[in-house]
Write a protein that binds this ligand. Structure first.
Ligand SMILES: [Zn+2]
Length: 307
């Protein structure tokens, strides 16, 4: 059984204007890297289906779907917020990105794949129940979590987010829902400027200071995430995998390296083996230095492939 690799050409048709860091080349460079490193040969690649309304409505409100549809231009760009734009292909790309998470959950929960990586854009973790923002439209990882809970009969899912930005959308959707343990590390002085107090007992926050480096992350994960995960005993782990904490990524300055992404993935795999039969579904979030994104995601995917 091979790691599943979910992506779709539609995900590269969504654009937010020239020079926007969340660009289609992110997926092309990542795909090339996985190919050159021989990792794609060790994965089962599949085109992501479009998410259904029923699947979306488990985490988003219908009004937001209607608003995004109404905002979608036939050509050019419409603006959702200062940094988040919509073109003619955005809605379809967003539907593929969320659909990838759903399909990945199906493959992993049915035992057709040990784990899965969704190489998708737009990213999702800033998308809240009733609105998008921060480059995100639908919360792909949250849609995957909700699908596992609704369809596969699991009682406990961990949603783990190591993007340099706090996943405020995921927190909006899952805070207070004890079926989900949300673990999030992030640089605290960046968008969306989350303070340190967790809003509910199912949210474990690991805010990290700028320039704290990979060592601080490893310490925070060991001290906060891993004990909480061990107590929670998730039956599935879903990862919001952002790679913008890398030292070459201008979006943040936590100073992580490829080996830090490898390390955190290994820790999560160990937990998945302990309580979830190894089941991990990982969804790409941020990562804007193209070269660092490819190498970091490559290190992350290699752990999944060699699991
Ligand atoms: Zn980010």
């Amino acid at each position: 059984m091979l790691t599943a690799y979910l992506t779709h050409p539609d995900c590269e048709r969504h654009q937010m204007g020239p020079d926007h860091p969340e660009c289609p080349e992110r997926l092309a460079v990542l795909n090339d890297h996985l190919l050159i490193k021989g990792l794609l040969d060790c994965m089962q690649a599949e085109e992501a289906p479009e998410v259904t309304d029923e699947q979306l409505l488990r985490v988003h409100c219908g009004l937001w779907l209607a608003q995004l549809q109404a905002l979608s231009p036939a050509s050019g760009y419409a603006r959702l917020d200062a940094d988040t734009l919509v073109n003619a292909y955005t809605l379809r790309a967003a539907r593929r990105a969320a659909g990838a998470a759903v399909r990945a959950v199906d493959l992993v929960m049915s035992g057709q794949a040990p784990n899965a990586f969704c190489a998708v854009r737009p990213p999702g973790h800033h998308a809240k129940r009733s609105t998008g923002g921060g480059f995100c439209f639908f919360n792909n990882a949250a849609v995957g979590v909700a699908h596992a809970l609704a369809v596969h009969g699991v009682q406990r899912v961990a949603l783990v987010d190591f993007d340099v930005h706090h996943g405020d959308g995921s927190e909006d959707i899952w805070a207070g829902d004890d079926r989900v343990l949300l673990c999030s590390s992030y640089q605290h002085d960046l968008y969306p400027f989350r303070d340190a107090a967790p809003p509910a007992s199912n949210v474990v926050l690991a805010p990290l200071p700028a320039r704290s480096g990979g060592g601080a992350m490893r310490e925070a994960v060991s001290q906060h995430w891993l004990p909480a995960l061990q107590r929670f005993e998730p039956e599935l782990l879903v990862i919001s995998a952002g790679f913008d904490a890398h030292r070459e990524d201008d979006m943040g300055n936590l100073g992580w390296s490829e080996s830090d992404y490898q390390w955190v993935t290994e820790q999560l795999l160990q937990q998945a083996r302990a309580s979830a039969r190894g089941r991990i579904v990982s969804c790409l979030e941020g990562g804007y230095s193209l070269s660092a994104l490819a190498r970091s995601a490559g290190a992350h995917v290699r752990v999944l492939v060699e699991a």
